[in-house]
Design a binder for this molecule. Structure first.
Ligand SMILES: C[S@@+](CC[C@H](N)C(=O)[O-])C[C@H]1O[C@@H](n2cnc3c(N)ncnc32)[C@H](O)[C@@H]1O
Ligand SMILES: [Zn+2]
Length: 277
C-alpha cells in the first residue's frame, strides 16, 4: 500500500516531505496530489508530458504475457539476487505492472516496495501487485519524488536508467539491480521477423553510462527458451525496442511462414552495481 512508503516520498514541486490526508498526499506548503481509486498517486508535475508511457493496450498485453509465466525464470533469479541483500525499501524504477517487484517482495519479507512508472495504466496495476508495495506515477528523466538515501535497493528491468537519480535516492551502501536483453535474445527470430537487433555492446554502454555513480559488482547471464504462440510473439515484440519499428501487420505476415507455437530463445543479462561514494 502507498501508506507503507509515504515516509520516503517528497513533493515534486518543492521537495518537502509528503503526508497522507483523506484521499491524497500533501506537503507543508500545501501542494496536493490525489490518490486514485486504484491506490496509486500521480506525482508528475503538471507540465509533464508522458511521451514514452505505455498505453493501456501495451500494459494489458504485457500483464497477460508475464502472468502466463514465460519470464518466470528471470523473475525468480532477480528476486533471489535481491533477497540476498536483505532489503528494507526496494524502488522499482520503470516497474510496469509491478510483476518483478512483486516477486522480489515475496522473497524479501521485511521489505516494502515502490513501483515508479510514467504510465498511469501501469501504476494502476502495480498498486495492486503486492500488499507491501505502493505505486507512483513519475518521470525517470526528472528528479524522482523520493528522499535522498531512502532506498537500499533499486531495481530496473528493461526500463530507462537515470544514474544520477538512482545514486541520489540510494543509501551509501545501496545496490542497483538491472536486467537487460543480451545480444542473443530471441536468436534467429530477430532476422526472421525483421526486428531491431540488440546492440552487441549494450552492457558495456550501460556500464559506461553508470560510471561515476556505480561500479559493477557482479553479472550473470540467463538463457531460457519459451514456446510462444504467434499472438504471444506479437506481445513480446511490442514489449521491446522493435515495438514502433515493425508494424504489427508486417509482423503477422512474417509470422505466417513460421510454426505456431514456436520456440523463442530468451537471453538476459542481470547486473548488480554498487553505489559509489
Ligand atoms: C519495457 S517496459 C518494462 C516494464 C517492467 N519493468 C517489466 O519488465 O515488465 C518499460 C517501462 O518503462 C516505463 N517508462 C518509459 N519511459 C519512462 C519514463 N521516462 N519514466 C518512467 N517510466 C518510464 C514504461 O511506461 C514501461 O512501463
Ligand atoms: Zn510542496
Amino acid at each position: 500500500m502507498l501508506a507503507d512508503v509515504v515516509r520516503y516520498l517528497v513533493c515534486p514541486v518543492c521537495g518537502a516531505g509528503l503526508e497522507l490526508v483523506d484521499r491524497g498526499l500533501r506537503c507543508p506548503a500545501g501542494h496536493a496530489f490525489d490518490i486514485a481509486r486504484q491506490g496509486y498517486a500521480n506525482l508528475l508535475p503538471g507540465n509533464a508530458r508522458p511521451g514514452t508511457a505505455d498505453t493501456p493496450e501495451m500494459v494489458r498485453a504485457r500483464d497477460e504475457f508475464l502472468t502466463a509465466g514465460h519470464f518466470t525464470a528471470l523473475a525468480d533469479r532477480l528476486a533471489w539476487n535481491v533477497s540476498r541483500a536483505d532489503p528494507a525499501f526496494v524502488l522499482d524504477a520503470g516497474a510496469g505492472t509491478g510483476h518483478y517487484l512483486s516477486r522480489v517482495l515475496d522473497r524479501a519479507p521485511k521489505a516494502v516496495g515502490l513501483a515508479l512508472d510514467i504510465s498511469k495504466h501501469a501504476a494502476r496495476r502495480a498498486a495492486k501487485a503486492h500488499p507491501r508495495c505502493g505505486a507512483v506515477v513519475a518521470d525517470l528523466w526528472r528528479p524522482f519524488p523520493i528522499r535522498d538515501g531512502a532506498a537500499d535497493t533499486v531495481v530496473n528491468v528493461f526500463a530507462p536508467r537515470n544514474a544520477a537519480e538512482f545514486h541520489r535516492v540510494l543509501r551509501d551502501d545501496g545496490l542497483l539491480f538491472t536486467v537487460t536483453p543480451s545480444p542473443r535474445h530471441l536468436g534467429t527470430l530477430v532476422e526472421a521477423l525483421g526486428l531491431l537487433s540488440i546492440d552487441k555492446h549494450k552492457t558495456e554502454r550501460m556500464d559506461a553510462a553508470l560510471a561515476g555513480y556505480f561500479k559493477l559488482d557482479s553479472r550473470q547471464e540467463l538463457e531460457t527458451e519459451a514456446v510462444l504462440t504467434h499472438g504471444e510473439v506479437i506481445t513480446l515484440v511490442g514489449m521491446g525496442p522493435s515495438a514502433h519499428h515493425v508494424p504489427e501487420e508486417q509482423l503477422r505476415e512474417r509470422l505466417e511462414r513460421l510454426p505456431d507455437p514456436l520456440p523463442a530463445p530468451l537471453s538476459f543479462v542481470l547486473s548488480t552495481y554498487r553505489r559509489l561514494e
